[in-house]
Design a protein around this ligand. Structure first.
Ligand SMILES: Nc1ncnc2c1ncn2[C@@H]1O[C@H](COP(=O)(O)OP(=O)(O)OP(=O)(O)O)[C@@H](O)[C@H]1O
Ligand SMILES: [Mg+2]
Length: 252
């Protein structure tokens, strides 16, 4: 097993009196693809916000490479985040949107061009490099958002339902792109979804949240064959089986 890059210890998060996350403890390993799965409102996005540093936990500690990151900014944590709604700058083209992330690094014009163009190629957008976001499809815009995060060379990338606005065929292509990037760069990814199939096809491990608590954290195979509770069974196993059955029925 590779080393632990991230360790959450006894994380609680309240908004007002409402307990959103309760006693969350788990480790994430270097190079791992971990999916956070759970129904709407269970606390997935909140958990990502704590990791990246947009929100602070009510109690508990987050260690990155053994260091408490609670006083660090998102930038210092070297944790990048890709949101569901791409949030690109509408008045900037693809090149400028990606280059903007490097603004503080004082690169020469040539260095900047080379870096950005390599990244644009990696996400398959070379022919669209001078287009504005409104001239791109949803899938292409999401590629820009992914590139903009990747170019910062974060150690960990958090993705919050990055495919949910896209149709099935584009999701398949982007899933593969993400996995390829991950293999190539060995970056750790934490991927939020409420799509069981997506979690199963992409992950080394899946963390299932239920109303702010960890229900199970295991490999897809373990979760499928050894669900720890009735909830895991009904939320994952039965729903996956139902999908397979419905495909079988439609094929006849
Ligand atoms: N800033 C906030 N103030 C108060 N309550 C909040 C705030 N942000 C989130 N919540 C509440 O926390 C709970 C968890 O929200 P969160 O966005 O983490 O859910 P989620 O699992 O990401 O859901 P979805 O799948 O719909 O995106 C919800 O009940 C939500 O209403
Ligand atoms: Mg969410």
């Amino acid at each position: 097993m590779s080393e632990c890059i991230l360790s959450l210890q006894g994380i609680n998060k309240k908004y007002g009196n409402k307990q959103i996350l309760e006693n969350i403890s788990f480790d994430v390993y270097q190079g791992e693809f971990l999916s956070l799965l759970g129904s709407s409102g269970c606390g997935k996005t909140t958990l990502l916000k704590l990791l990246v540093g947009i929100e602070a936990p009510t109690s508990g500690v987050i260690l990155k490479n053994g260091v408490d990151v609670s006083t660090q900014t998102p930038f210092e944590r070297k944790i990048g985040i890709v949101f569901q709604n791409y949030a690109l700058f509408p008045n900037m083209n693809v090149f400028q949107n990606i280059a903007f992330a490097l603004k503080s690094q004082h690169l020469t014009k040539e260095e900047l061009e080379e870096k950005v163009k390599n990244m644009v190629e990696m996400v398959g957008l070379s022919e669209h490099i001078y287009k504005k976001p409104r001239q791109l499809s949803g899938g292409q815009q999401q590629r820009v958002a992914i590139a903009r995060t990747l170019i910062m060379q974060p150690d960990i990338i958090l993705l919050d339902e990055p495919m949910s606005a896209l149709d099935a065929s584009i999701r398949m292509v982007l899933r593969k792109l993400l996995k390829d990037i991950q293999k190539k760069s060995n970056v750790t990814m934490i991927y939020v979804t409420h799509d069981q199939e997506e979690a199963f096809s992409m992950s080394d491990r899946i963390l299932l949240l239920n109303q702010g608590k960890i229900e199970q954290l295991d490999t897809p195979a373990q979760i499928y064959h050894n669900p720890k509770s009735e909830f895991v069974k009904s939320f994952i196993v039965e729903q996956l089986d139902e999908k397979v059955d419905s495909i079988r029925r439609s094929i006849g």
